[in-house]
Design a protein around this ligand. Structure first.
Ligand code: HEM
Length: 426
């Protein structure tokens, strides 16, 4: 059933009235295995749809998604880190008693605080810091590949063997954290993703609540240590800036750590996993890169377009507004579905085709747009480039394990494969 424009105009969050179609055009907010057919139907039939199951207006066309990202005054990001499912009483108690007071580093902050903190964070996340890291990223990648290729059965999981460690070691090093903490940070990050964007019931929230308490305590400790010991890290840079008169509190620095120690690896692990998964399932693309590795950066743009790590991000209307031709009321929660925008046929030629030689891939919205545009996009692309270059050089015979059934974890925003099984010729 298709709705007329006037029927599309619906009240906000918690709306009890009937919604678009009984099956929401097949859209399942937390299902990530193959959301693309539903996205295509939404773009066509109801590009701004109120979904009462989550209390969000779901926006699926590229022009609308970009316009909302671009207008931070009308569409605030202050709900970007709010739990999608209400926090249970027990989880709230655990977090309160554990001293959990973390707030978003940047993504859910709004100007003027956002502008002030972003300028400082941007300075600390300078291209100079990234450049210095490049040789160690390459070295770590080579070592991880050698470990994987030592497997006697000629088989591995690219996600856990390579993509898991490389970006996590990088961001931990940037923040002055011992790389031996990788498994701990991955556990805390899983909890962060599940507690904020997951569909958890009350009982399921409890272990994650404990993890977030530990995670936040560690972020605060990093700031205390940087005050005491100095050092060469992004945290030390921020503390030095504070000592030099920059307006940023210890709580704000710890909150930035809380953000970066999640955002700085989780999405890059996923980007690398998607890249290998997609390139190997399109063998002609893999062969093209083996023949000419200078095409790797273009391929990464196409991976970001075709299968971004974050397929949906949130905003809230600060006043009644129009998206496309649909009116949304003040306070409306909005879900911007970049995973759909990136396949909008009005913007991309043959959008459902994975094509590393297309020239429009860079119009993707996977890093957002406007004042919150991803601060780590260069680092993410640098790491994906190094991993692909090194993998192509070390093991051009890499293949997806025949019959591998790659699944994706349930989540509102993060589309993460649970494994990327690979084989190679010994
Ligand atoms: C493939 C990898 C990545 C993807 C897909 C990604 C995606 C995003 C998205 C969608 C946003 C929100 C943009 C908006 O609201 O307009 C964002 C913001 C942000 N990202 Fe990334 N990101 C990635 C990697 C990284 C890395 C490696 C870092 C850190 C080193 C990072 C740090 C941040 C920060 C600090 C923000 C908040 C910026 C602000 O609100 O001003 N991201 N990212």
């Amino acid at each position: 059933m298709t709705l007329s424009r006037s029927e599309n105009t619906r009240p906000a969050v918690g709306c009890p009235v009937a919604h678009g179609t009984a099956d929401h055009h097949g859209y399942q907010p937390f299902r990530m295995d193959d959301p693309f057919p539903a996205y295509a139907e939404l773009r066509r039939e109801e590009p701004v749809m109120y979904d009462e199951r989550i209390g969000y207006w779901v926006v699926t066309r590229w022009a609308d998604v970009r316009a909302v990202f671009d207008d931070w005054e009308t569409f605030s990001s202050d709900n970007a880190q709010a739990p999608v499912r209400e926090r249970s009483a027990e989880a709230t108690r655990i977090m309160k008693e554990g001293g959990f007071t973390a707030y978003s580093g940047l993504s859910a902050r709004i100007p003027p605080d956002h502008t002030r903190i972003r300028a400082l964070a941007q300075r600390a996340l300078s291209p100079r810091r990234f450049k210095v890291l490049e040789p160690s990223i390459r070295e770590n990648t080579r070592a991880a590949l050698q470990r994987m290729l030592a497997a006697e059965d000629g088989a591995g999981d690219f996600l856990t063997d390579i993509a898991f460690d490389i970006p996590t070691v990088t961001i931990l090093t940037l923040l002055g954290v011992d790389p031996a903490m990788v498994p701990t940070y991955k556990r805390w990050s899983d909890s962060r993703a599940a507690m904020t964007w997951g569909d958890l019931d009350e009982r399921e929230q409890i272990p994650h609540a404990h993890n977030l308490v530990e995670y936040w305590a560690e972020c605060q400790r990093l700031v205390t240590d940087a005050h005491r010991d100095g050092g060469d890290s992004l945290v030390a840079d921020l503390v030095t800036a504070q000592d030099g008169g920059a307006e940023i509190s210890d709580h704000e620095i710890a909150s930035l750590c809380y953000s970066l120690l999640f955002a700085g690896h989780e999405t890059t692990t996923t980007l690398i996993s998607h890249a290998i998964r997609l390139l190997l399932s399109h063998p002609e693309s893999w062969s093209a890169l083996v023949a000419d590795p200078s095409r790797v950066p273009g391929a990464i743009d196409e991976v970001l377009r075709y299968s971004g790590s974050i397929v949906a991000w949130r905003r809230r209307a600060t006043k009644a507004a129009t998206i496309g031709s649909v009116e949304v009321p003040e306070g409306a929660n909005i879900l911007l579905v970049m995973g759909s925008a990136n396949r909008d046929e009005d913007v991309f030629a043959r959008p459902a085709e994975f094509d590393i030689s297309r020239d429009d891939a860079r119009n993707h919205l996977s890093f957002g747009f406007g004042i919150h545009y991803c601060l780590g996009n260069m680092l993410a692309k640098l790491q994906a480039r190094i991993v692909l270059e090194e993998t192509i050089a070390a093991v051009p015979s890499l293949r997806l394990t025949p019959g591998a059934d790659i699944r994706f974890a349930e989540n509102l925003s993060f589309r993460v494969p649970t494994s990327v099984p690979v084989t190679w010729e010994s």
